[in-house]
Ligand binder design. Structure first.
Ligand SMILES: Nc1ncnc2c1ncn2[C@@H]1O[C@H](COP(=O)(O)OP(=O)(O)OP(=O)(O)O)[C@@H](O)[C@H]1O
Ligand SMILES: [Mg+2]
Length: 300
């Protein structure tokens, strides 16, 4: 029986290695409710992109299952829009065509004009409507390619957005603008998002929950931290919220110290308490629902 819109049940991914096998991550269980924004944070190489590929249906887990809307994910689908870490645009198409390609597939009955108009809406959103959209990926900068990839994923208005460090190659100004656009879209459309980021401030700004992943190999999702800060949020005022720094300090402490200590070790929640942390910590396997406080405790 599935409880959440997205249900990740005891997922593991192992790859064949020279000696035996490499377990990238294991025992990953969490749920995401419809309309929730969940970020995942962990050190480079711990397996974040590998998890996302499984959620996208592009890779098969060695163990465990992923259910979306009650159905098991078994391949890619237009219900899931993906922004890859390395953009992955079709090099022979222009930026505009990279976007219209997905829009046409999603709404096959739309007229050419409708498809174009809809695609431009999202290209404009990422600041690429002024002529750059007619260029091919090779003629665009890294940041521009990343923006095309964001427009392409958003334009199909998927049930689930999967974002792998989508703002990594952007300058601070563009990054801020797109973060705020993303917040607006999510607030307005009840979009469900799973996003990988290295940026703790970005995670707190955007997420309802932040999953913390221990270092690999044998990485685990150690905790789910609730971001209990009201919407609408914006970058300038969020830092004045009394909840902001306790969460931030908890995340930084995890990345600096506990992600390593917890690798393949002790029960996560107990350790969070020992660290004297203030935000609400949830055992991700027990629950990841924002509204459900049964599995929650304040680590204060
Ligand atoms: N196809 C594969 N075959 C073998 N090992 C792989 C494969 N794909 C990923 N790995 C290994 O899995 C581990 C996790 O990789 P992954 O790309 O998921 O990390 P990540 O957390 O996304 O890192 P980053 O933050 O640097 O993007 C790495 O050690 C990587 O070498
Ligand atoms: Mg990655």
């Amino acid at each position: 029986m599935t409880k959440h819109f997205l249900e990740i049940d005891n997922l593991a991914r192992r790859f064949p290695a020279k000696q035996g096998e490499l377990t990238v991550f294991e025992h990953a269980s969490f749920g995401i409710d419809k309309g929730k924004f969940v970020c995942i944070i962990g050190h480079s190489g711990c397996g974040k992109s590998t998890i996302m590929n499984v959620l996208a249906g592009l890779d098969t887990p060695t163990e465990g299952h992923v259910f979306m809307d009650g159905r098991e994910v078994s391949g890619p689908s237009l219900d899931r829009g993906v922004v890859f870490q390395n953009y992955s645009l079709l090099p022979w198409l222009t930026a505009l065509q990279n976007v219209t390609f997905g829009v046409q597939a999603r709404w096959p009955n739309w007229s050419k004009e409708q498809v174009r108009e809809h695609s431009y809406k999202y290209l404009d959103m990422v600041g690429l409507g002024g002529g750059a959209e007619l260029r091919k990926p090779a003629q665009l900068s890294g940041g521009m390619r990343q923006r095309v990839s964001i427009a392409r994923a958003f334009a199909i208005e998927p049930k689930l957005l999967l974002l792998d460090e989508p703002f990594g190659a952007l300058d601070a100004l563009t990054r801020g603008t797109i973060q705020e656009e993303l917040l607006k879209i999510c607030d307005a459309t009840n979009q469900t998002v799973f996003m990988i980021t290295h940026d703790v401030d970005e995670a707190i700004l955007l997420a309802d929950r932040i999953l913390l992943m221990t270092n690999g190999p044998h990485a685990r999702i150690a905790e789910s931290v609730k971001v209990d800060i009201d919407h609408p949020r914006d970058r300038s005022s969020i830092i004045h919220d009394p909840g902001y720094y306790p969460i931030r300090n908890h995340l930084v402490d995890f990345l600096v110290r506990r992600s390593k200590e917890l690798s393949g070790a002790v029960a996560p929640e107990t350790d969070a308490q020992a660290a004297g942390a203030h935000p609400k910590i949830v055992n991700p396997a027990a629950d990841a629902t924002a509204g459900n406080t049964s599995a929650e405790h304040s680590a204060a």
